[in-house]
Design a protein. Sequence first.
Length: 254
Amino acid sequence: MKNQVTVHEVNPAVLKGRRDFLKISGLAIAGTGLLLAGCSSDDDGTPDSQQLPGIRNGKFDFGGGDLGVLTYAYALEQLEADFYTKVVNATGFTSTFNATEQQVLTDLYRHEVIHREFFRTAITGALNSMGEDVDARLLPDLTFQYTGLNFSSRDQVLATSKALEDTGVAAYNGAGYIIANPDYLLIAGKIVSVEARHASAIRSLINPNSKDFAGDDIVSNTTGLDQARKPSVILGEVASLNIIQNEFTAMYLP
């Protein structure tokens, strides 16, 4: 199945989608587990839009402000893209999932790869425009380990997908208020709407023809709004999955 990975990585539809996404955005120019030294550490741990991403105290820190949020989102999109890449290239993909499920998961794979590459491009463009060293300021490629996750188990894959997609929606919703640049805020709104579609699609696969696609565990019956959680909360949830193997911090995000 190694050839399948190569096919997916150079799939013209994915590459075209990436180009279109960047064009539409208008920004193309522009232990195990995760360590949180906290959103409360050096420099009193308060949000600081002036802090750029980079190495602090021997670990990569997301920084603050717009670039901090973009880097935070980039980390999450790296995780989602890696997960779905492994899903669609698993040996039992075509035998584990029916045709409809394969199409949904393949679509999600393509979307998340595009999102990951968008953030890499947006952050790189922003750093270049500031005259910053991209190699020193861009979050490195993360490594992942899915201990105990059987990619040939429909239930395990869909449960993990549900957790990642629900978390992704809450993450974008909870970080939007930090963003100052209206262009970045616009694209974040576009991406979170796609992530919400992903979450609904996966929930419908798990429990078809039910209200779970927009269940009251994620959409408030009072406000009619989806959940929103701050970066410190989201990063704690992601850390509990024990998937990300890199240590990094988020000292300047709330």
